[in-house]
Design a protein around this ligand. Sequence first.
Ligand code: PRP
Length: 178
Amino acid sequence: MPGSNENARLSTLIDEESLQARVRELGAQIREEYGDEPITCIGVLKGSFLFMADLVRAIGGPVRCEFLGGSRNHRGTRSTGILRITHDLKKSIEGQNCLLIEDIVDTGLTMEYLMRMLKVRNPTSIKIASLLDKPSNRKVEVDIDYVGFTIPDEFVVGYGLDLQDFYRNLPYIAVYHP
Ligand code: PRP
């Protein structure tokens, strides 16, 4: 469990002000592109919860909020891309414009799996917004429509991203130095 001296292991990568400014920018861009259309925002738990909370407010207008939970942390699945769905959508997305919201796209396996899973539910459209993009570690190609920041190959925490479930509540993104 991180104690106070653990903070020495953190160095700021994206500060709070830059994060918030970029999220506002993305929100305005998304709303502009969708016009007055309702957008079904689908947050991928747990990492996306802070980004999603800020992004939906920045998007404004008619927005629905749904959540998907997945886990690849159980034995044997981390590298295969098979995701255990721990929380499914509560409502149908048929005929809706959907925006899948992630904190980070790393190997791309999570997004590839979720996109395949959601496309068969017949949404009108489905796009991806990810706060962070770490392309250096990609295993499958993923087309990310809205990217907050492209980051180097570092282990990052904060603003939803965790180390053993801690650090999600940092209001900024930090590199964790083990
Ligand atoms: C993280 C992150 C993405 C996924 C990205 O989730 O939130 O969902 O990994 O990695 P990928 O591109 O290699 O698939 P994690 O499984 O750590 O769960 P969490 O969101 O609950 O922290």
